[in-house]
Design a protein around this ligand. Structure first.
Ligand code: ZN
Ligand code: ZN
Length: 64
């Protein structure tokens, strides 16, 4: 069930968050996604959580 529109249809467009297992339609996201991303995807809630976490470890390798 999509957490934005609370509907369970459109399974082909359903994204499952790897952080909290919430589901979202690609077209319910802001901005909407055209494709289901391959690999990990995190919902806006989990992305915000990651950003708020103190940088005790680097999320992305630093490239100089
Ligand atoms: Zn939806
Ligand atoms: Zn999530």
């Amino acid at each position: 069930m999509c957490h934005t529109c609370n509907k369970g249809d459109g399974e082909d467009h359903m994204l499952l968050c790897d952080g909290c297992d919430d589901a979202y339609h690609t077209y319910c996201l802001i901005p909407p996604m055209n494709d289901i991303p391959k690999g990990d995807w995190r919902c806006p809630k989990c992305v915000a959580k990651v950003i708020k976490v103190p940088l005790s470890y680097p999320i992305m390798p630093t490239v100089c």
